[in-house]
Design a protein around this ligand. Structure first.
Ligand SMILES: Nc1ncnc2c1ncn2[C@@H]1O[C@H](COP(=O)(O)OP(=O)(O)O)[C@@H](O)[C@H]1O
Ligand SMILES: [Mg+2]
Length: 259
């Protein structure tokens, strides 16, 4: 953090959003600090993806405010919004690679849109980002030649291609086997420690939430119902949180296991 910088990087203030005749976000308040990895948990359809879309300005609130680095995001012009979005990387649900484009083209799609770089520089950046996600040398492969876990990792390489300050992850481990999910969790942790990014991870899976989050919050009925560190999540009496924990067989921590 730079001297004089506010601790909060992203803030949603009393955000209301209705979609399809239903109030999805209901005076939602949420502040995300620089450098933290905030996990937003919630059941399917709770509004988790809708929150991410508000953070990057893909959706605007019906009322309330969305701030990024002290600036309103929800009132920016299209041009200003495009500039601000360069500071974000997003790993979309299902990885969302372009099937007709090679890995190289997929990863550099974001670069070409935003930066004036020589072809050599582009190749160097793509190679470095693929190396960061443990997939060196697969530039010429097509997405349908890759496993689900590899596609996710290529999606992550694309998300970090522009050295973003914030990375948003929408259900990064959903649909992956436990070993691949573990690899993705490691990459989320590594991206934070290596690049110092602020991360927001959305998931319905409490096990993975506890592995990657420095803080975990729970979205219920359009509001943040609970927020705490992973150890506070495990030990809370909050009935909504306990439902998530018990569904996955995660019990309270009674004694610290000896290392
Ligand atoms: N563009 C849209 N138009 C209409 N309804 C939407 C739209 N996007 C999301 N919704 C609705 O908003 C609710 C929350 O969606 P979403 O944020 O995608 O849930 P999740 O927590 O599973 O990510 C759901 O009921 C969904 O059907
Ligand atoms: Mg979603």
């Amino acid at each position: 953090m730079q001297p004089g910088q506010a601790m909060t990087l992203i803030e949603l203030k009393s955000v209301c959003k209705s979609l399809g005749g239903q109030r999805v976000l209901d005076r939602l308040d949420l502040a995300i600090d620089r450098g933290e990895t905030l996990v937003i948990m919630g059941r399917s359809g709770a509004g988790k993806s809708v929150i991410l879309k508000h953070i990057i300005g893909l959706m605007k609130p019906d009322s309330g405010e969305v701030l990024f680095d002290g600036q309103r995001i929800d009132t920016l012009s299209r041009h200003q919004l495009n500039e601000t979005r360069k500071r974000f990387g997003m790993l979309f649900q299902g990885s969302a690679l372009f099937d007709s484009m090679s890995v190289q083209e997929n990863v550099c799609a974001a670069l070409r849109r935003h930066k004036k770089l020589s072809p050599g520089e582009v190749r160097r950046i793509v190679a470095a980002k693929l190396e960061a996600v443990g997939l060196s040398g697969i530039e010429e492969k097509m997405p349908d030649e890759l496993s689900g876990g590899m596609r996710k990792r290529v999606g992550l390489a694309r998300a970090i291609a522009m050295d973003p300050e914030v990375v948003l992850y929408d259900e990064p481990t959903t649909g992956l086997d436990p070993i691949t999910a573990h690899q993705i969790n490691d990459l989320i942790l590594q991206t934070r420690s290596q690049f110092g990014v602020t991360s927001v991870v959305v998931t319905h899976d409490v096990t993975n939430a506890l592995k990657v989050g420095t803080r975990v919050c729970l979205l219920v009925n359009g509001k943040i119902n609970f927020s705490g560190r992973p150890d506070e999540v495990r030990n809370t009496d909050n009935p909504y949180v306990r439902q998530f924990l018990e569904a996955r067989g995660v019990g309270p921590v009674t004694a610290a296991p000896s290392a």
